[in-house]
Structures are given as C-alpha cells and as structure tokens.
Design a protein around this ligand. Structure first.
Ligand code: GLU
Length: 417
C-alpha cells in the first residue's frame, strides 16, 4: 500500500502544481510514510526529488515546492520490495530519464522482466519491483512505438497489482495511468485533471471524480480524460462514470467508514491477497528452519502474541511440532536454556517492538536461529533476523490490530502448510 498522485494543468491555471502535489501526498500519508518523491516535466526534461523519510522531513531537505512544471506526479511509499532508502523511493526513471513512474502495488514478474532488460543493457538504480516499468516503456520507445502504445504494451506485460502513473518527456501535458487491484481515482477540474490513489488527495480542487476499474488504462491532459479497456482497446463512455463527492476530506480518507479501524477491517481481503501474492521462496526456507529446529520458541507482544498462540496451535496440532510461546518481555525466563539449533520465531507488525527485539538479541547471542514475521520492510527486528517473511497489510492507523493480525496468521499457515 502506498499513495500515488499526479496533476496536469494549463499554464497558470494552478499556482505551484508541485506544492499542490506535496499537499495531496500529505493527505495520502496514511497509506505509506517511509519515503516520498515527486517528478515534474520542465523544459523537455524530467526533474526528480525524492528521499527516505516522512513528507515534511524530505520536503525540508529538498524543497518540493520549488519544482517547476505543470505536469507533476508524486508518491508516498510503504516499501514492499527493497528497503526504504533514497534510491528505492519513487518516482523511478528509465536509463535516459525520459520516463518517470509512480506505482502502488506489487509487480510479481519483475525479476524475470528485470533480467531480460539487464541483458538488453538497461541499468537499474533501485531494488524495487516498480523500476522495471520505466525501463520497459523505454525499451518500447526505442523500438519506435508511440508513447501511449509503449505504455499499454508495458502494462500488458506486467503481472500482479498496480495503480501506475507515468510521465514522458515527449508528452509533457499527459499523465498515463493503469490500474489492477490497487485503487485509482481521476479528479476532474477546469483546465486541470488529477489522478490519485484516494479521493481526499485532491478534494480541495475538485469533487468531480471517475473511479478507474481493473484493467483500464488511459491518460489525462489538462482538458481531457481518456480511458479504455486494456485488452479490448475500446474507449469507455465517461458520461456514465462521473460521480460528485459530497464528503469532507477527512470522511473521504476513511472511505466513508466512521473510523480507521472499521476501514482496516474491510481492507482485509486486499491485505490477505497482497500478502499471499507477495510470498515466494522464503516461505520454503522458513518451513525448513522450523523442521530442522531443535526446539521452537515463539516471541511476540500484544496482538502479535495472539498470532503467536495461533502459530503454536498450528505447529502442535497440524504439524506435530512442539513449540513454546512466550510473551516477549518474559524472554529472560527461557533464554538460559537456549542452545545452538533452537529457533525463535519473532512476530512484530512494526518490526520495532522493543521487548521482541530484546528477545531476538538474547536468543541470537545464544546462537539460536531467528525467523521473523513483520509488516515493515527492513525494520529493526528483520534487520537482526536470519530470515523474515513479510506480511503486506499496508500501514495500520487504527490502534487495535485487525488486518495485520489476519495477515500474520495467513503467513504462519503458509509455512507449516
Ligand atoms: N512495490 C512498490 C515498492 O516497494 C510499491 C510499494 C507499495 O505499493 O506499497 O516500492
């Protein structure tokens, strides 16, 4: 989960489009906040400013508002592939800096595409799944395809989930977009148009929207919206698709739910789908660690501890493997007997839970192996573990854990399966 947004406007129609995009991103920060970036087109060139950190921190360093240009895209990230870092922050560029991309979702076949592109000479600057999109578009542009055709051909090749916005130097007043399984909304203004992951992003500028559907692709200009079906290539009749929003920005951020917790409960199908789709070979390595362990301990706190009790049940009753669940703060009681060959399974949504981190350190000192389940890529506990399996629930604003609990349980089931 993360937030994408883009605007394209007639010259002078909106004052400081980059500042507007920065403000839109602040409204989307609930979707992701480990890094942020903007790209704009100005005088035949793409300008990118991006970095690791919260929007206000990175803005203080890089001054997003100082970016010129009437076509701007932005991104607030919740990392799924590649740790939060300046290089992995979106937007991502092709080799020639002619294309900039922001993406929300997971490109499942990115490794395969990346290998092919590397063989063709493309140089990658990040560890993200997203960057392949920029290079693939570049590849098709080099083959002589028109920009929009190159974009569509790229979208047809990627698998997984995506809401993508792309700008191309050769089409300075267009933002190309595509959607599958991640949300994407168009905001229609007078002399400007927006695309965004969620409605509150642009509610200060327009209440007229179109909800983009799966497998739809198209572009916006300052005065036009074009959408078609990706495979049938049949333009969508937009007259039936306009909606007028009557909510406030705050209501819209909660997608009509009275509070975030309820919204997050309803996000569970998507969170589970993303988590299952994101699992790969690490799940077999995790299973091997469990099977080969001398003894299995499970350490966690709060709701994660309850996910630990579910794992304890799965291990004992389904896999016939005895396990010892412990509340992380009580690790001292057990660690004296810990020996090489033991395994500690640490469960922490944030990956920063201090008691769980202390348990990990103590068990590791005694040469136990550490296997972690976490929702935050490259956080403290994953960094100190031998192996981490990630849940991909996106950020959780509600204090009571909901979607992060169910995604933890599904990961547990995957490695004892
Ligand atoms: N998979 C992309 C990344 O890790 C997008 C992340 C997201 O949608 O949360 O950079």
């Amino acid at each position: 989960m993360c937030g994408i947004v883009g605007v394209t406007c007639l010259p002078g129609k909106l004052e400081n489009p980059a500042k507007i995009i920065r403000k839109c991103l602040e409204r989307l920060e609930y979707r992701g906040y480990d890094s942020v970036g903007l790209a704009s087109i100005f005088k035949n060139r793409i300008i990118v400013r991006k970095g690791k950190g919260k929007i206000h921190e990175v803005h203080k360093k890089l001054n997003f508002d100082g970016m010129p240009g009437n076509t701007v895209i932005g991104h607030t990230r919740w990392a799924t592939h590649g740790a939060p870092s300046d290089n992995n922050a979106h937007p991502h560029l092709d080799c020639g800096s002619m294309v900039a991309i922001v993406h929300n979702g997971i490109i499942k076949n990115y490794l395969e595409l990346k290998e092919k592109l590397i063989l063709k000479g493309h140089i990658f600057r990040s560890e993200t799944d997203t960057e392949v999109v920029a290079h693939l578009i570049e590849e098709y542009l080099n083959e002589g395809l028109e920009p929009y055709t190159a974009f569509k051909k790229t979208i047809k090749e990627i698998k997984g989930s995506y809401a993508i916005a792309a700008i191309l130097v050769s089409e300075p007043d267009k933002i190309f977009f595509a959607k599958k399984d991640s949300p994407l909304i168009i905001g229609i203004g007078e002399g400007y148009n927006f695309v965004a992951s969620d409605i509150p992003a642009f509610l200060d500028y327009t209440r007229k929207i179109i909800v983009v559907r799966d497998y739809e692709v198209g572009y916006i200009t300052p005065t036009r919206v074009f959408i078609e079906d990706l495979f049938e290539e049949k333009p969508v009749d937009l007259s039936r698709r306009f909606r007028i929003i009557s909510w406030t920005a705050e209501m819209a951020a909660k997608a009509g739910y009275p509070h975030y917790m309820l919204k997050e409960i309803h996000e569970q199908p998507r969170a589970l789908r993303e988590t299952i789709n994101g699992l790969s070979s690490e799940i077999y390595e995790a299973a091997k660690m469990v099977i080969e362990a001398r003894r299995v301990f499970i350490a966690a706190a709060g709701t994660s501890f309850h996910a630990g009790l579910v794992l304890d049940y799965y291990l004992n009753s389904l896999a016939g493997i005895p396990s010892i669940p412990l509340i992380a703060s009580e690790y001292n009681k057990y660690c004296k007997s810990v020996k090489p060959g033991d395994l500690l399974i640490a469960i922490s949504q944030s990956g920063e839970t201090i008691d769980t981190l202390m348990a990990v350190r103590e068990f590791k000192k005694r040469e136990a192996k550490i296997l972690t389940i976490s929702n935050v890529i490259d956080s403290a506990i994953p960094r100190e573990s031998h192996l981490t399996v990630y849940t991909r629930a996106g950020p959780e604003i509600g204090v009571a854990a909901t979607k992060t609990f169910t995604t933890q349980v599904v990961v547990e089931l995957a490695f004892i399966r």
